[in-house]
Design a protein around this ligand. Structure first.
Ligand SMILES: Cc1ncc(COP(=O)(O)O)c(C=O)c1O
Length: 467
């Protein structure tokens, strides 16, 4: 190891390629779905210097449209000076107090705002640092609450096949596509049921019928496991990483009734769908359902600081007020004042600029533009709600055969072609679109033009593979 230099004295602070080398030499870049050689080949890794609105600017001054809002995160857009100022003010006042027994005005304010904004009687928030922690916190709340209610055997959690709930070990255990080979065995007591998918329905049932059968299978799973052993059902109101599937309202309404009938908590994972993403403030509102707990992160601070939380109904919290009833759970950064200051300002902007309504209106426009892509032989489906949209990529429209995910040569070529034209998004079996809610109509048009041209490029290159 060399002698430590001041960051300002290093050549890397001036030379873009030296900074990129620094990152490639020493940074463990989180590259799910992307192999290292792709990042290291000179085009794969991008280091960004700044951003504004929907645009990110790399060290070379190249501009990109942020078609995924980072990772479904940045609701109010990049470069909001007012959020930076709120964070600086808070850091100057007090940057940290212990999360156990103490709090700060910023955190108390955020908890009250969330109680006002969340549906029904969801009115108490346990804070943490991100989505995975929020999911794990919710599961612990469910298990402890069931035990305190006199049901110590209710420890099982039913999740949905294909859903993503995070990368920490507990949250990964609820993610059916997690890498069992490397990380298993996972938490015991988890089982998976099919989830709504109107494009490739597991049950070969179309429309509402498929959704209704998926809801019935949740009840069947509760009965199979034994209701006296089940703590909770968890699901994203509208699936994000699983490919943007929007179920019929009757699906969640039935599940709400099923959970009530069997004394099972319903946890909505709103890490992606929260804060205006689907055109309502929370995904739950699309279905007229109030879950017992709701996990939040991402859009809560628009990524200006890492923060997440679980909002619970007042009836759930009642048990934790009893003597000896405190939750056995302490996170050092659970309720961080600077992160809360960022979230408070972010929510203020979201409400003042009516970005939820913007998301609904621009989402409709985006879907109408994406509909034009159906002319491509590799576009199997286009779907979404608000500014959470997906384009299903297929080899063959008749058989719906997929290309095989992000490592397939076609998908890689498409991803590169979009990036060269200045669009950042994520192409797997589904090409995801989830831009910041401040995106303009002009930017949406540019986004879809880039996808259109990039699909044509990739289709030309892989013409012989297309069915
Ligand atoms: C629905 C859902 N839940 C949980 C998570 C995990 O959040 P984090 O990456 O902040 O831990 C994600 C991340 O994408 C997610 O999409």
């Amino acid at each position: 190891m060399s002698t430590l230099r001041s960051p300002l004295s290093t050549s890397s602070s001036r030379d873009p390629s030296a900074i990129e080398k620094q990152a490639l030499d020493h940074l463990w870049i989180q590259s799910q779905g992307v192999d290292w050689d792709e990042l290291a080949d000179g085009e794969g890794l991008k280091v960004f210097a700044r951003g504004h609105g929907t645009t990110l600017v790399d060290l070379h001054g190249r501009e990109y449209l942020d078609g995924l809002a980072g990772l479904f995160v940045v609701a109010v857009g990049h470069g909001r000076a007012e959020i930076a100022a709120a964070m600086a003010d808070q850091a100057r006042d007090v940057a940290y107090v212990a999360a156990s027994r103490f709090s700060t005005p910023a955190v108390a304010q955020l908890a009250e705002t969330l109680a006002e904004l969340a549906p029904g009687d969801l009115d108490r928030t346990h804070f943490c640092s991100g989505g995975s922690e929020a999911v794990e916190t919710a599961v612990k709340i469910a298990r402890q609450a069931q035990t305190m209610r006199g049901f110590p055997k209710r420890y099982k959690v039913i999740a949905r096949r294909g859903s993503y709930h995070g990368s920490t070990h507990g949250a990964m255990g609820l993610t059916s596509t997690s890498s069992e080979a490397y990380f298993g065995p996972f938490m015991s007591g988890t089982s998976f049921v099919p989830s709504p998918n109107r494009y490739r329905n597991d049950l070969e049932l179309d429309g509402d019928a498929g959704d209704i059968m998926c809801a019935k299978l949740i009840e069947q799973e509760i009965l199979t496991q034994g209701p006296e052993t089940v703590a909770a059902v968890i699901g994203e109101p509208i699936s994000g990483s699983n490919g943007v599937h929007v179920p019929s309202p009757v699906y969640w309404q039935m599940i709400r009734e099923i959970c009530d009938r069997h004394g099972v908590f319903l946890i909505f994972d709103e890490v992606v769908t929260g804060f205006g993403r689907t055109g309502t403030l929370f995904g739950a509102e699309q279905f007229g359902v109030v879950p017992d707990m709701m996990t939040i992160a991402k859009g809560l601070s628009s990524g200006y600081a890492p923060i997440g939380g679980v909002i619970v109904r007042s009836t759930v919290f009642e048990d934790f007020k009893r003597p000896g009833g405190s939750l056995s759970h302490l996170l050092t950064f659970g309720g961080h004042p600077v992160a809360a200051a960022a979230a408070n300002k972010n929510l203020e902007i979201l409400l003042e600029e009516e970005l939820t309504a913007e998301s609904a209106a621009k989402g409709e426009y985006l879907l109408s533009l994406l509909d034009g892509l159906r002319a491509h032989p590799t576009v199997g489906d286009v779907r979404g709600l608000g500014l959470l949209c997906g384009v299903e990529l297929v080899k063959d429209r008749a058989t719906k055969a997929s290309w095989g995910g992000p490592r397939s040569p076609f998908v890689k070529a498409l991803q590169r072609a979009m990036e060269r034209r200045g669009l950042l998004t994520r192409a797997w079996d589904v090409l995801f679109l989830s831009p910041p809610l401040v995106v303009t109509r002009d930017e949406l048009e540019r986004t879809v033009t880039i996808i259109d041209e990039s699909l044509s490029d990739a289709e030309r290159e892989f013409a012989s593979d297309i069915g």
